[in-house]
Design a protein around this ligand. Structure first.
Ligand SMILES: [Zn+2]
Length: 70
């Protein structure tokens, strides 16, 4: 169950509030490995490089990343 009554005021990462998927305008989800933002709707990962998100669709990677680990 989700508690949604206090999520709007204090965001851990204000950056993500400014970001939307450039392809679908959908909500992005922050991920750690690799650092970046994921659009679940498009299955794309936008990398954060030197602290700046690279929001170019052309540079986005397919998500989940396939590294051959499985
Ligand atoms: Zn998207």
């Amino acid at each position: 169950m989700l508690e949604s009554n206090e999520v709007s005021t204090l965001s851990q990462d204000p950056l993500i509030d400014l970001l939307a998927c450039p392809k679908c305008r959908g909500t992005l989800e922050r991920v750690e490995q690799p650092e970046g933002f994921v659009c679940k709707a498009c299955s794309l990962h936008y990398a954060v490089e030197d602290g700046l998100p690279n929001m170019l669709v052309d540079d986005a990677k397919h998500w989940p990343l396939s590294d051959g680990a499985q």
